[in-house]
Design a protein around this ligand. Structure first.
Ligand code: MN3
Length: 237
């Protein structure tokens, strides 16, 4: 059974922060947040304070990653769509409309990076990670055999993504969960795939805290930060 609002993540705080930031973010979660009707888009509020993920991810990293990198994607997207027929579309529609179009690669990159980062912030929570329970645990067992095999497959994807990109847990059309990786700004959402979790493996996500030790970042991410409640809420019926 699918629960009503997919995102409950500190809804009150989300709304409060959104109002404080002066942005219009409807309730209901990332999908709703990302479904801001049209541009210009606002930088979505972080679901927790910048220091909340320390020591796994420092407030310095979040400060740059969220406050500089993510903000730049949003600002550049708004500049790129201004006055075009994309200005009236939702973020998801812009990503899907520009995916694979060489003439609109800059729009795609910034729109997809806005979507990916918003999804990434919600894929984490303080004191998260480790083995899930409930429905998502059943899906992990059905699709991977056991949690350890999922852990290994996800970590391998995240560590072996060459250069910049993302590791994802997705639910395919056959309802099976799968681990996939994408390069640069690419996102499974562009192809209509249901995303459950994502880990940013661009160097800006971990270099201040882990330098070249991407495997240490990925393992700490899996063991201490994964927001399984968020993943469970993305599951299709
Ligand atoms: Mn990033």
């Amino acid at each position: 059974m699918r629960s009503a609002p997919r995102i409950l993540m500190t809804r009150r705080r989300l709304i409060g922060t959104a109002l404080a930031a002066g942005s219009l973010v409807s309730v209901g979660g990332v999908r709703r947040t990302l479904a801001q009707a049209s541009g210009p888009f606002a930088l979505p509020p972080l679901p927790y304070p910048e220091e909340a993920l320390a020591p796994v991810i420092s407030s310095t990293t979040i400060g740059f990653h969220y406050g500089k990198h993510h903000r730049a994607y949003v600002d550049n997207l708004n500049k790129a769509i201004e006055g075009t027929n994309l200005a009236g579309k939702s973020l998801e529609d812009i990503v899907k409309a520009t995916a694979g179009d060489p003439a609109r690669v800059a729009v795609f990159n910034n729109a997809a990076q806005d979507w990916n980062h918003t999804f990434y912030w919600s894929s984490m929570r303080p004191n998260g990670g480790g083995m899930p329970s409930g429905l998502i645990a059943d899906h992990i067992k059905d699709s991977f055999g056991d949690y350890a095999k999922f852990h290994q497959e996800f970590a391998t994807a995240a560590v072996t993504q060459f250069g910049s990109g993302w590791a994802w847990l997705v639910q395919d059309q056959d309802r099976k969960l799968k681990v996939v990786k994408t390069a640069n700004a690419d996102t499974p959402m562009a192809r209509g795939v249901t995303c459950l979790l994502t880990c940013d493996v661009w160097e800006h996500a971990y270099y201040l805290d882990y330098q070249n030790r991407r495997p240490d970042y990925v393992n700490a991410w899996l063991d201490k930060l994964v927001n399984w409640d968020f993943a469970a809420r993305q599951l299709g019926t």
